[in-house]
Design a protein around this ligand. Sequence first.
Ligand SMILES: [Zn+2]
Length: 261
Amino acid sequence: MTAPPLPLATHWFDSRQVGDGLSVITEPHVHSFLRANIWHLRGSDRDLVVDAGLGTASLRQGVPQLFEHDPVLVVTHAHLDHMGGAHEFDTCYLHEAEAPGTPAPGTLRGEPLTSILGLRADAYTRPLPDLLLDAAPTLDFDPDAYELRAPASFLPLDDGDVIDLGDRTLTALHLPGHSPGSIALYEPATGALFSGDVIYDLREGEQFLDGITGANVEHYIHSLTRLADLPISVVYPGHGHPFGRQRLLQLVQNYVKARRP
Ligand SMILES: [Zn+2]
């Protein structure tokens, strides 16, 4: 039996102003498991883009403002929902431990994704549907033709490296645990942290995704403890909404307690 065709989305990307010179772009028709945040921070000399979404539709066509001001892209880690659109950017930073030249096979199907990620049955409480989209970005879109493309070139980013936007500077933190080369960007002047998948808000009973290939619980505990010791005021995560310092401390404490009883 053939599945009915996906309805055509009226628009693929949502863009929302979050703060001073900061916007977040999301893909609302993507299942929440793969719906990642694309952060766009305006700088006086150039812009910063943190993560590039799933790559199912063209960011250059759908969100042209991302490319207007000489953007530097930082991919927090190489999972498909953060790296999918990276090939559209000229300047792309990624930690070397993420093997950026050889992207993992990508898929928009629930079951193959489970095996690609090495997702343990106890690592994610809600089962994934067969297809991780509820609409198509274009008329000729074929979800089974999806593949993860490597960026044309990339620059290595490591702990302590500084991204200079002119009036704002951010420092890279290497925070392994979710993946070996996970990077977060910290802005000392404001206490803002762009965290990727290292830390994001959780529902009651959920835990960070550490039951996947490349994850390491000891490293995760170390990375989260490091974040708790920094004067972070607000977290702009890879998934879901921003949150403040108190929530960060609570999430760290809950994780450490659960994984180191
Ligand atoms: Zn991830």
